[in-house]
Design a protein around this ligand. Sequence first.
Ligand SMILES: [Zn+2]
Length: 229
Amino acid sequence: MRDLWLTALNKIPISHGNTLKKAHVMALREILLIPNPKLYKVAQPVSAITNELKVLVKDMFETMYDAPGIGLAAPQIGVMERVIVVDCATRSKDDTRNEDGEYEEVEQEDYEGEDEGEDIPDLPEPDPEPIAMINPELIWFSDETSIYEEGCLSIPEFYEDVERPTSCRVRYMDMEGEIIERDLEGLLSTCVQHEVDHLNGKLFIDYISRLKRERITKKFQKAAKRAAG
Ligand SMILES: [Zn+2]
């Protein structure tokens, strides 16, 4: 089964995440692409929940939803702190799949009501489940593994199968400063493992064949050179 991973949020109404956006001024951060050196460095632990951290987390959620993606790590926006945000809620609902197990395209036109720009209350909209994890640590992995087709906002439009432990246990601090331990499975487990890797300077392409990794890295190196003039 092909898993569409980060493309999933393309398929939900644009109003997703509006509750966050209404609460404060939008602040999208630039997502760094490979081969930006920050993506290969180890991020530092966060020592306290400060206002600065709260702003960072809000900005990370907005940047992730806008991209759109289902996970983002602080180093991807150039902040070398151990902070990740994820929201896999929309991907765990089987009722949005068609008979091929793929997610249905949702056209924006389908959501236009009488008053343009208004939310249409009777249309299905997945509930967002934003989770921010401060200093996340993976403290247990299952022996069982599964394969998802992964993508990454720092390596746009490149997808490859990656095998990881199916389940894991994560320990992290939430935004209230509480230490949380949570068992994860399915897409959320894969997503959190992918994001924690970012905090250690590791990318999902580190799990694929060297040939493919070098090919995709060269492509992005060339694009970066072109962009720099
Ligand atoms: Zn990534």
